[in-house]
Design a protein around this ligand. Structure first.
Ligand code: HEC
Ligand code: HEC
Ligand code: HEC
Length: 88
């Protein structure tokens, strides 16, 4: 625990202006850049039920692969759609 806090502090320092919560670490090596997505998409309700955001009900593998993440990348023809581009 202590080690990961130190690592996060180091990452934040390295990223300069970024805050830790700008990038959410997900399972199997997925790094979700929440800040970049919010800025690129400009609409919180593209992903959240409400504009103020919060936990997404049912978030997990099926959500990510079938609707939440990959589906949007396919539709917009932007963002990764292959396993290794999301799972580093
Ligand atoms: C591209 C999709 C996407 C967009 C756009 C987006 N978010 Fe999120 N957001 C997520 C995901 C995925 C999570 C993690 C959800 C989870 O773990 O249940 C999250 C988490 C959050 C959380 C933290 C929830 C918690 O308690 O851990 C907040 C607050 C939040 N978003 C607010 C916003 C706001 C405000 C906006 C618009 C400025 C926004 N989000 C835009 C996908 C998005
Ligand atoms: C509503 C549309 C939408 C949703 C939902 C969405 N993305 Fe994206 N994603 C994009 C777009 C658009 C880009 C390209 C942004 C750019 O090139 O500036 C992108 C880029 C990315 C990238 C590559 C660039 C980066 O930010 O690292 C990753 C990785 C990524 N998305 C992961 C995810 C994950 C994981 C989720 C689900 C938790 C998700 N995305 C949900 C639209 C979306
Ligand atoms: C658009 C990004 C994206 C793509 C493309 C993608 N995944 Fe995922 N995957 C995710 C996210 C996000 C999760 C959920 C992470 C979480 O629950 O924290 C996930 C979850 C998983 C899990 C479950 C991990 C667990 O422990 O629950 C497996 C296994 C997996 N993906 C394999 C794959 C394989 C194999 C492919 C290619 C066929 C693939 N993924 C393509 C983003 C992606």
């Amino acid at each position: 625990m202590k080690r990961s806090i130190i690592t996060m502090a180091a990452l934040v320092a390295f990223a300069g202006t970024a805050f830790a919560a700008d990038v959410i670490d997900m399972k199997k090596g997925v790094k979700f850049n929440h800040k970049a997505h919010s800025e690129a998409l400009k609409d919180c309700t593209k992903c959240h039920a409400k504009a103020e955001g919060g936990k997404i009900e049912g978030f997990g593998k099926d959500f990510a692969h079938k609707k939440g993440c990959k589906q949007c990348h396919v539709e917009m023809k932007k963002g990764p759609t292959s396993c290794k581009d999301c799972h580093k």
